[in-house]
Design a binder for this molecule. Structure first.
Ligand code: SAH
Length: 218
């Protein structure tokens, strides 16, 4: 093995170890995160830090989430192989790529056209053909493709947006950060029952805000 290959193997092992030690224990989620390399989703200066358990800056002033948070959210979503999943907040595309390994179909939307285009390029390069990336204001969901088995939101709103609750199937699960400020947010899981919704509070988190309308670039 070359020194480079050994370094990469060791960094990957540390990456998986960090995930486990932060509570990501679901084998399917760990396998997906082992398979999907975070490197291609981070461009430029920060690329060399791809295997650290840290959020990092991406284009349009946004961030790629911390890998352990991606793992915990994916785990909380309890995705089954036949599921149709909606992600609001494509960002780098990393979370969508992880979901693509666990679900039948993934729709991911972002308000920034550039992020959608760049993530789409990576999906094509990696041959992740079950992901569709769309430029849209995700607070309205994706009515054309609704209802969804699972919805994940990777930007924080004050409350779960009504259209997203409406686009969840009965028995469906939505995982999202909610909070009134940039600093105090909770990750919650919403489960749709026949006539009501169950809410579980999972952990404190910190996400960029869910913003109305399309980005100025798109
Ligand atoms: N899941 C991403 C990280 C998302 S960062 C990843 O794996 O890299 C949050 C993203 O939510 C940003 O890209 C931001 O543009 C997007 N966003 C914020 N408000 C939105 C809205 N109303 N509709 C769609 N996307 C939104």
């Amino acid at each position: 093995m070359t020194e480079d290959a050994r370094d990469t193997a060791e960094r990957k092992m540390q990456f998986l170890f960090a995930l486990r030690s932060k509570g990501v224990t679901d084998t399917r989620v760990l396998t997906a995160m082992e398979k999907i390399d975070r490197g291609p989703f981070i461009r430029g200066y920060f690329a060399e830090r791809a295997y650290e358990d840290m959020p990092l800056p991406i284009a349009c002033g946004q961030t790629i989430s911390q890998p352990s948070v991606v793992g915990l959210m994916t785990q909380a979503l309890r995705v089954a192989p036949r599921d149709k999943v909606l992600e609001v907040g494509t960002g780098s595309g990393y979370q969508a790529a992880i979901l693509s390994q666990l679900a039948r179909r993934v729709y991911t939307v972002d308000r920034h056209r550039r992020l959608v285009r760049e993530a789409g390029e990576i999906f094509r390069r990696l041959d992740l053909t079950n992901i569709t990336a769309v430029t849209a204001d995700g607070s309205f969901g994706l009515p054309d493709q609704a209802p969804f088995d699972r919805i994940i939101v990777t930007a924080a709103a004050e409350d779960p947006p009504g259209p997203l609750l409406a686009q969840l199937k009965i028995g469906g699960i939505m995982v999202l950060p909610v909070g009134q400020s940039d600093t105090v947010q909770s990750l919650i899981r919403v489960t749709r029952r026949e006539e009501s919704f169950d809410y579980d509070e999972l952990r404190p988190v910190r996400f960029v805000p869910l913003v109305e309308g399309l980005g100025r670039d798109g």
